[in-house]
Design a protein around this ligand. Structure first.
Ligand code: HXC
Length: 259
């Protein structure tokens, strides 16, 4: 992998790569460069058949403090209009493989929105999630008004976005923003273990399952069910499907090849 400045990218380990946000002095504030690096490495990983899942994580006390407010301060109306940031976010959202976030400490503003770009979220019990943009006279700009509402429901999304108040890890779990809460020192290892489990599954089925689940954000139930059926049918043409079924019948472990 290329050298990066704002992120650390691990070697491939059992089909899993870890991306660690690495601007501790700025509390992992998501400046343009950092977002560009995340979207760039994800695009690279999307094309790499030896990687089947990605873990994204931050620091022990801060996952990410949101957009880089100092960078944002320099942008006027025209600057915001021509900001490359939405393109980076779109590319992160389009990453086709499982993305698992391990979150300790603050995940605020764009940091909380980055968490919502992950498919599965494991939180340390010191995690805090918030959309404090309202305190800056702005609103969430990377999906916070949309994904948060779809994730935690109207009342809690309104509460978080309008008041800027944070919720803790346990509340986030109750409201479906995270799937598991661990001790802070365990969140990364749990996310990595989960990523490794998923990385062993048949990759085409994993990819189509992710696509179908995300489709539920964007379509009616009827259209979503049709897309699910098409994906289900498509999988009947894969070798991994035959291997999975044969292995079950023969009482052995399947060997998936991603075909
Ligand atoms: C730029 C930031 C920053 C940010 C912290 N820093 N957050 N710089 N952008 N979002 C910088 C501080 O200026 C300071 O720099 C250094 O990091 C340490 O910050 P402290 O506040 O002293 O740290 P701490 O006491 O540990 O508090 C951590 C924190 C707090 C709770 C996360 O920093 C905080 O509330 N940050 C802002 C959170 C926020 O409002 N996020 C929303 C951003 S808007 P110096 O140079 O003084 O050492 C947003 C819009 C998204 O996300 C739109 C779509 C992309």
């Amino acid at each position: 992998m290329l050298p990066y400045k704002d992120i650390l990218v691990s070697e491939i380990d059992a089909g899993v790569v870890t991306i660690r946000l690495n601007r501790p002095d700025a509390r992992n504030a998501l400046r343009n460069r950092l977002l560009q690096e995340i979207s760039g490495v994800l695009e690279q990983i999307a094309r790499d058949d030896s990687v089947n899942a990605v873990v994204i994580t931050g620091g022990e006390q801060v996952f990410a403090a949101g957009a880089d407010i100092k960078e944002m301060a320099a942008l006027d109306f025209i600057g915001v209009m021509s900001d490359p940031r939405p393109g980076y976010w779109r590319r992160i959202a389009q990453f086709p493989k499982p993305l698992i976030a391990a979150v300790n400490g603050f995940a605020l503003g764009g940091g909380c929105e980055l968490v919502m770009h992950a498919d599965i979220v494991i939180a340390g019990d010191n995690a805090q999630f918030g959309q404090p943009e309202i305190n800056l006279g702005i609103i969430p700009g990377a999906g916070g008004t949309q994904r948060l509402l779809r994730t935690v429901g109207k009342s809690m999304a309104m509460q978080m976005v309008l008041s800027g108040e944070f919720i803790n890890a346990e509340q986030a779990r109750t409201f479906g923003l995270v799937s598991e809460v661990t001790l802070p020192e365990m969140s990364y290892s749990r996310a990595l273990a989960l990523a490794k489990v998923i990385a062993e599954k048949p990759p085409v089925a994993v990819r189509l399952a992710k696509e179908c689940l995300l489709n539920s954000y964007e379509t009616t139930l009827d259209t979503g069910l049709k897309l699910e059926r098409k994906a289900f049918t498509l999988l009947a043409a894969t070798e991994d499907r035959n291997e999975g079924i044969s292995a079950f019948m023969e009482k052995r472990r399947p060997i998936f090849k991603g075909q």
